[in-house]
Ligand binder design. Sequence first.
Ligand SMILES: Cc1ncc(COP(=O)(O)O)c(C=O)c1O
Length: 382
Amino acid sequence: MLYFDHNATTPLCDEAREAMIPWIGALFGNPSSIHAAGRQARAVIDDARDRMASLLGAKPHEIIFTSGGTESCNLALAGLVRRHRSSGKNHLVTIVTEHHAVLHTMRSLAKNEGCELTEIPVDSDGLIDLHAFEKALRAETLLVSAMFANNETGVVQPIAQLASLCRNRGVFVHTDAVQAYGKVPCFPNELGIDALSLAAHKFYGPLGGGLLWLRSGVSIEAIQHGGYHENERRPGTENVASIAGMAAAAERAGKAVKEGGELMRQESLRDRLWQGISKIDSTALWNGKGSMLIANTLNVSFPKCDGETLLMALDLEGVAASSGSACMVGSIQASHVLVAMGLTEETARATVRFSLGRHTTEGEVDATLAALGRVLNRQVRV
Ligand SMILES: Cc1ncc(COP(=O)(O)O)c(C=O)c1O
């Protein structure tokens, strides 16, 4: 398989697997139990919390372990709104190109919990309109959620700038950093934000692991009920294996950002892929090209093609890519991200997201280009 879908999920790295194996094997204590087996599990979680905090430049009690990115975003947004709405503020702001984990949560808070929502547009390169953003902020604005890196296009939003516009206005700022961690520096204190969501399976950690970083002193309402775990902010017996795996994977991914070489390697492979594509199909469009992008993502529209047929034909050639957000698989709707960037629904549907990873080789890029050439020549011209 030629795997070009790392924004959907990544293979588990060795470090994560090794950290997890004891906890899906011989060891099995409940971290809340007071006996030795429980204490051993608790120690693993405490250690992972310390390590995650250190990687984020944060404090251990600011880390809330969750089941993944979607839960972290839901907890941040619904938790902040429900706890702080009594202040009389009820206005929420987000970006129209957010992942559904944020967009649908915000829309639900607007529809069902008496909030008002402003969705800020983006330009043709997927960047937020900062002027519209600043204009949208008002005395009743309670919370802003702006994604760090877009899952479909890889566009990086100016989070520090957005946060600085919110700072003196007493507005909470959350960022969905699910696609950013391991690809750009992620230090919430430097960004000046209040909450940040991560998902382990996007940085070579396990499925079922995620976290919400919540600034010290910011309180939140639990959105689930049933226990006192995670400082009463996220009840439920912790997934010890997943938490241990996440910390190990995060250390390796954090190191890759610090050292930079691996990301530059992926960037040059991505550029090679694009150069090859533009030779095969001169009408192909690289969506988001004019913005700052995470290194691994290439989102390409093939205006003369039928996107679904193209993806299926690529799949038959052994190429695993995506038509957009993995969470939209099975849906034939055009990507809301690409439509917001000004693409027609038809062109948005004729789009493939290639997302590279740590194991992607030059040979795989060239094999994918060869497959794409065959597919485009053969089947999908409409
Ligand atoms: C930007 C972004 N946010 C949130 C999520 C949801 O994360 P999870 O799949 O861990 O629930 C995803 C997953 O694709 C994502 O890409």
